[in-house]
Design a protein around this ligand. Structure first.
Ligand SMILES: *[C@@H]1O[C@H](CO)[C@@H](O)[C@H](O)[C@H]1NC(C)=O
Ligand SMILES: *[C@@H]1O[C@H](CO)[C@@H](O)[C@H](O)[C@H]1NC(C)=O
Ligand SMILES: *[C@@H]1O[C@H](CO)[C@@H](O)[C@H](O)[C@H]1NC(C)=O
Ligand SMILES: *[C@@H]1O[C@H](CO)[C@@H](O)[C@H](O)[C@H]1NC(C)=O
Ligand SMILES: *[C@@H]1O[C@H](CO)[C@@H](O)[C@H](O)[C@H]1NC(C)=O
Length: 292
């Protein structure tokens, strides 16, 4: 024990020698994604069992501490925490977790650890890229659309780092992109939103499913979605097979045939009851016999 204490006293202020007893090891770089978690891994390597006294995490180019463990308490900036869910001073994994990465989070991070056996500092860098999210689709009108009318479908996505593209396809894979209109806008975070508008002329029940694909500025696909045009239930006209055709007639005919059917049923019923009563009347003697 003595040599270590002496070393610590002698080299206080110059951490170089003390570093031989503990070492803080961080991964060199990380590639984070906008809106997702980023884990910056740092671990304390020690030749002996050590207890951590303080941990600080900060950006090299900015002063405020993002995370500080000092005198058994942790101070955290919202959005930053220990990656280990129930971190304590015996846990050598001092990794930092960014719960929702922002574009502005990119940069070099510095972690400093002091233990009862020495101190060390290490850095790691984070780059942040952004991707378009899975597009959302909608139409005007929304529902109950009549056949052979025009329907405008929208395909929207946000979060891209540069302006991207939106391609349109029908259910047969036919490329309708040349007929669509794309609007790209820059959003608050320096990211982009895309909205593409495609009008289906004379929508028919045989083509209701349309797909849009979002591509980034490099032409790589970042999201895809499909949309089914909500046509009104059919009352007349175009469909022509089997049972459907049976019901595909005007209400007058339907009610008319119902009435005729009812009348026919009544007639049959009446005839049957006539037959039964005459049958009974033919055998009066039997009845009498029974009664005696
Ligand atoms: C390190 O020391 C602590 C406290 O004395 C003890 O609980 C722990 O089991 C030790 N760990 C190892 C790996 O020796
Ligand atoms: C440190 O903790 C994080 C979060 O629990 C975990 O993902 C990572 O694998 C740990 N690193 C090591 C070296 O154990
Ligand atoms: C897509 O954007 C257009 C134009 O901004 C808007 O009218 C439409 O409601 C949006 N659709 C969805 C599903 O967000
Ligand atoms: C779809 O059409 C667009 C515009 O006409 C074209 O740039 C794109 O390459 C086509 N995509 C496919 C997969 O054919
Ligand atoms: C629409 O088409 C896409 C791509 O062809 C397919 O993945 C999807 O299941 C279809 N949706 C419906 C409701 O049929």
């Amino acid at each position: 024990r003595y040599p270590i204490e002496i070393l610590r006293l002698r080299f206080r202020g110059s951490t170089a020698e003390v570093n031989e007893f503990i070492k803080l090891e961080c991964e060199e770089e990380y590639h984070g994604v906008y809106g997702q978690q980023s884990l910056l891994q740092c671990n304390v390597k020690a030749v002996e069992n050590v207890t951590i006294l303080t941990v600080t995490w900060k950006r090299v180019e900015a002063d405020p501490l993002l995370l500080e463990f000092h005198k058994d308490t942790s101070n955290l900036t919202p959005g930053f925490k220990f990656a280990e869910p129930s971190w304590n001073k015996d846990n050598m994994n001092v990794s930092l977790l960014l719960t929702k990465t922002k574009m502005a989070d990119k940069g070099v991070y510095e972690c400093m650890v002091t233990t009862d056996r020495g101190d060390d500092t290490a850095t790691t860098s984070l780059s942040v890229t952004a991707k378009y999210i899975t597009p959302t689709m909608s139409s005007i009108p929304e529902t109950n659309i009549k056949e052979n009318t025009d329907v405008t479908i929208f395909c929207n996505s946000t979060g891209g780092q540069q302006t991207g593209l939106i391609w349109w396809f029908d259910q047969d894979g036919y490329n309708w992109t040349h007929r669509a209109e794309l609007v790209a806008k820059e959003t608050d975070d320096g990211l982009f939103s895309l909205s593409s508008k495609f009008t289906v002329q004379k929508a028919t029940s045989s083509y209701t499913n349309y797909t849009c694909k979002v591509l980034n500025s490099n032409g790589a696909e970042e999201g895809v979605a499909s949309f089914v045009i909500q046509l009104a239930p059919q009352v007349s006209g175009t469909c022509c097979h089997g049972i459907q055709k049976l019901f595909d007639v005007s209400p007058v005919v339907v009610i008319g045939s119902l009435v005729i059917g009812l009348l026919a049923a009544l007639l049959i019923f009446k005839r049957r009851s006539l037959r039964t009563s005459s049958h009974l009347q033919l055998r009066p003697g039997q009845d009498k016999l029974h009664m005696e």
